[in-house]
Ligand binder design. Structure first.
Ligand SMILES: Nc1ncnc2c1ncn2[C@@H]1O[C@H](COP(=O)(O)OP(=O)(O)O)[C@@H](O)[C@H]1O
Ligand SMILES: [Mg+2]
Length: 407
């Protein structure tokens, strides 16, 4: 993945957050001088570079990392066995070690009170530097850390910082992509650098015709504007006119709407009505293609735009961005990912009693939603267990299906 390939290896490579990075450098200097330091707590939103910064801090300063992350926070006994000896072990290792507890706020979801005392003891006794990260530093369950650490906040990167990074990656990949697309990706990332890099990767993998039909080549992405009209106007004319004025491919528009209806409409009957209209739109769209009767495109277009819009009885969930259609994400993914997807579908075929193609196009989006839901409810580790038992799929497979890293 590009986000791994271009992950910063030194603190200099971290974009944005100058003062935070400076604090980390000071921390490193103190350690080198042999001064006692409080543990550092790097906190901030997902994808702002916390984990990367901790890695860069360690590797850039010749430390070996003893790293635990949320998957390891399940068992207090193990935590004790790993952490406490390491805390006392200076001299045993030829190199200095840095103890790194990533996403320590995840502790609260998995742990009994035992963890708190292990970590407190670690902080008291450790002769090694300690680094924590947390998304939610103010989580009650880690309030015991508040006075025990030096906080370093990672703020969301700005759009222009992200654009610079994306442009560097595009260059590094020896490829090209229009400025508009890069800008739009950065704008929509809302400071999540990892998210921005992943979107860029999807866009780079997409072939020219796909970008064209998405309206993403050499002009502003208009599909989002059209979707806004459809999902928020509740009206007949505005969505229809928006589609008519744009040159979005109707098939592509149907995919975008399909992906986003359940995320935008909170009321079940609205969702059901919207899908009824969308499925009729889809039938007309196919008929138009088969019979070369272009008049059908008009019905398809009106059903998909005004039809879906008027299915809304008044409540809309406002979100920052629209999700990319999952079936297109598959088409636009790299050859490697497509092969991986094929192999997943192959393994699922006997379980789901249907063929590979059907699985890729119809089950994958559902599976993705189901896995994301399970991760929210049960946590990543438990989800991995469930998915491996029920579907014979493992972490790598799950990452392919979700289109993102799990950790
Ligand atoms: N500040 C940053 N500078 C450069 N790259 C970044 C930065 N933040 C994130 N990234 C990219 O995004 C990926 C994920 O970042 P990560 O450090 O895991 O974020 P976090 O731990 O805050 O969720 C990294 O592998 C890297 O490619
Ligand atoms: Mg992280």
């Amino acid at each position: 993945m590009l986000s791994d390939k271009y992950a910063p290896t030194t603190l200099n490579g971290i974009i944005g957050n100058y003062s935070a990075v400076k604090r980390l450098e000071e921390f490193a200097i103190k350690i080198h001088k042999g001064e006692r330091t409080k543990p550092v707590m790097i906190f901030g939103a997902t994808g702002t570079g916390k984990t990367s910064a901790a890695h860069a801090l360690a590797y850039g300063n010749g430390f070996e990392l003893l790293e635990l992350n949320s998957g390891d926070y399940r068992n207090t006994e193990t935590l004790k066995k790993v952490l406490l000896p390491a805390a006392r072990s200076r001299g045993l290792f030829s190199r200095n070690i840095m103890i790194f507890l990533d996403e320590v706020d995840e502790l609260s979801k998995k742990f009994d009170a035992g963890a708190e005392s292990v970590i407190s003891q670690l902080i008291r006794e450790s002769r090694q530097p300690i680094v924590f990260t947390a998304t939610d530093f103010w989580d009650q369950k880690i309030s015991f850390l508040r006075n025990a650490v030096d906080k370093v906040e990672f703020k969301k990167a700005t759009s222009s910082e992200i654009i610079k990074l994306l442009e560097k990656i595009v260059k590094g990949e020896n490829t090209e992509i229009s400025k508009d697309v890069v800008q739009e990706i950065a704008r929509r990332s809302d400071g999540d650098i990892r998210g921005a890099i992943n979107d860029l990767e999807a866009m780079l993998g997409a072939d020219a015709s796909l970008l064209e039909s998405l309206g993403m080549r050499d002009r502003k992405i208009e599909v989002f504007g059209v979707l806004d009209r459809i999902f928020t106007s509740g009206d007949f004319n505005r969505p229809r006119n928006a589609v008519a004025k744009s040159d979005i491919d109707i098939g592509m528009l149907i995919n975008w709407i399909d992906e986003n209806i359940p995320k935008r409409y909170p009321i079940r009957s609205d969702i059901s009505n919207a899908y009824q209209n969308l499925s009729k739109a889809s039938l007309f769209y196919e008929k138009a293609g088969r019979k070369s009767y272009y008049g059908y495109y008009r019905y398809a277009s009106i059903l998909a735009s005004s039809g879906v819009s008027m299915s809304n009885s008044g409540r809309v969930t406002m979100l920052k961005q629209y999700d990319f259609p999952s079936n297109i994400r598959y088409l636009s993914s790299s050859k490697k990912d497509r092969n991986a997807m094929n192999s997943i579908a192959e393994r699922l075929a006997p379980i789901l009693h249907t063929n590979k193609k059907y699985i890729i196009h119809n089950y994958m989006p559902m599976l993705k939603t189901a896995i994301e839901g399970s991760i929210k409810r049960e946590g990543v580790e438990r989800t991995k267990e469930i998915i491996s038992m029920q579907f014979n799929l493992y972490e790598d497979d799950m990452e392919i299906i979700l289109g993102r890293k799990l950790s």
